[in-house]
Design a protein. Structure first.
Length: 181
């Protein structure tokens, strides 16, 4: 088991206690079906990857049908879960490494709802592509697609608000309309 490329723990198929080994020798089932592995909060940061590597080798005295079977499978039960309730939810800001790692907490909400994304009054193709890349990266990092936000063009000046591009979800897709707010 690794987290972000760092080895965490070896998880054997059978339970490892002396009593469990004895029980297994007399024919009892000592398979490890559940395992709790506490993680230090500093190991978890913006964009994490948990990897499980399975190495299942049949016993040497197993029947040929098992030894020659290349269809041995392991799986993670669908009702398995990861509890992150004890991770740290505070930090010293501003810290741009969090923006690079997770695009958050630079918006009050993870889906950037109620957030204005501001572009120059006449954005270049590169600036628009950067905004779309940022949106995709933010959605990927937070697990939530950007939703209910506004893209605005130009800075507000005295007596005039910038033009806003508003996308609203409708029954057949998105309705797009530019208007001054």
């Amino acid at each position: 088991m690794t987290l972000n490329g760092t080895f965490l723990h070896n998880l054997p198929v059978n339970k490892q206690g002396a009593l469990e080994r004895l029980w297994h020798k007399i024919g009892g089932d000592a398979r490890q079906e559940n395992y709790d592995m506490p993680l230090e909060p500093y190991l978890i940061y913006g964009d994490n990857q948990l990897a499980l590597y399975f190495k299942i080798v049949p016993k040497e005295d197993a029947p040929c049908s098992v030894l020659l079977n290349n269809n041995i499978k392991s799986r993670i039960d669908e009702d398995s879960w990861i509890d992150l309730s004890k991770t740290r939810h505070f930090t010293l800001l501003p810290n741009l490494s969090y923006f690079v790692g997770a695009s958050f907490p630079f918006s009050r909400l993870a889906d950037y709802s109620q957030t204005v994304l501001l572009l120059p009054e006449r954005p270049s193709e590169t600036e628009i592509a950067t905004l779309l890349d940022l949106s995709a990266r933010s959605g990927n990092a937070t697990g939530t697609a950007l939703n209910n936000n506004r893209v605005m063009f130009g800075l507000p000046t005295a007596g005039r608000q910038p033009a806003a591009f508003i996308a609203k979800r409708r029954a057949g897709g998105f309705h797009r309309g530019a208007k001054c707010i």
